[in-house]
Write a protein that binds this ligand. Structure first.
Ligand code: ASP
Length: 314
């Protein structure tokens, strides 16, 4: 049976505050989100699988230095990169996740490799990098991952910290990229990739690669990719909680996602948002932050991109 396919992507809830945004930067973010949608749409349009679509969409965002994943990843407190990523297929609950890697050009491809080739589902650092190397995945040196914007954000954050203050600028603090899709066969999938939070402690792992927290997919309910204050998303099992509310309480995708973002997370210091799709192709993109770089495309090929929370979106 042919379904209505759809794809949504996000480039993180760590949006530049409206007061500091320029028309030029805004255009660059919209273009980056649209390029990711196009990469995923190209797969779905040919009747491809949702898992391939979300991986291609996330790779496009990882390759764009504007977003906090892959090339534009933020720095740890000791000036290094530690990236996390995960993929999940809703048909069979296949999962691949990776934490704390530095070097692979596209961390999401490492998570896909783990899903496809290992009997295990979650690897960290050296072992994951060895698997990526052995499989011939592309690597880049530290220069490729260095952006002045992220380096300056680290310096400013460390300075504020030394003064006993926390940064309240979301663009400086965090970001993540992700994609969810429902293909023409009604199969859903999710992928998420992140550099984490600026000046995070070495070894810290956020919600993005934690299945059920920042990433989840199940054809019975939905696929979810989250962005925001990772510790809170982990505590509240954010992504799985949406699926659980749909499965056990019979809630719609919209009601369940809204509850988790606006009640569970917002009321517990969990700023951020998420994108989610169900097996009928319905998409929601709720957030409790000022913005979330995001976009959606449906079968008809209508591409829509948004930045701030008060913009009209699914
Ligand atoms: N959720 C990510 C993390 O905690 C960061 C973000 O999305 O802003 O690592």
């Amino acid at each position: 049976m042919t379904n209505r396919f759809s794809l949504a992507v996000h480039g993180g809830a760590g949006t530049i505050l409206r007061s500091q945004m320029t028309a030029e930067k805004e255009a660059a973010y919209h273009a980056g989100i649209e390029a990711a949608l196009k990469a995923g749409y190209a797969v779905l349009e040919k009747g491809g699988n949702s898992i391939d679509a979300v991986v291609e969409a996330v790779c496009a965002l990882e390759d764009n230095p504007l977003f906090n994943a892959g090339r534009g990843a933020v720095f740890t407190s000791d000036g290094k990169h530690e990236m996390d990523a995960a993929v999940m297929e809703g048909t069979n609950r296949n999962v691949g996740a990776v934490a704390g890697i530095q070097g692979p050009k596209n961390p999401v491809r490492v998570s896909r490799l783990i899903m496809d080739q290992s009997e295990h589902v979650f690897f960290s650092a050296d072992a994951a990098m060895k698997m990526a190397r052995d499989a011939g995945l592309a690597f880049e040196d530290a220069d490729y991952f260095h952006t002045d914007a992220r380096w300056n954000a680290l310096q400013e954050t460390l300075k504020l910290r030394a003064e006993g203050k926390e940064s309240d600028d979301p663009a400086r603090r965090h970001g993540t990229v992700g994609a969810v899709a429902c293909d023409a066969q009604g199969r859903v999938a999710a992928a998420t990739s992140t550099g984490g939070m600026t000046a995070k402690a070495p070894g810290r792992i956020g919600d993005s690669p934690v299945i059920g927290a920042g990433t989840f997919a199940d054809n019975q309910t939905c696929a979810v990719s989250a962005t925001g204050h990772g510790e809170v998303f982990i505590r509240y099992c954010a992504a799985h909680e949406i699926a659980a509310r749909m499965r056990h309480a019979g809630e719609s995708l919209e009601t369940a996602a809204h509850h988790v973002v606006m009640e569970d997370l917002a009321k517990n210091d969990g700023s951020g948002g998420l994108i989610a799709v169900d097996a009928k192709g319905n998409v929601v993109m709720p957030m409790n932050s000022e913005g979330m770089y995001r976009g959606v495309v449906t079968q008809e090929g209508r591409f829509e991109t948004f930045i701030y929370s008060d913009e009209e979106s699914a």
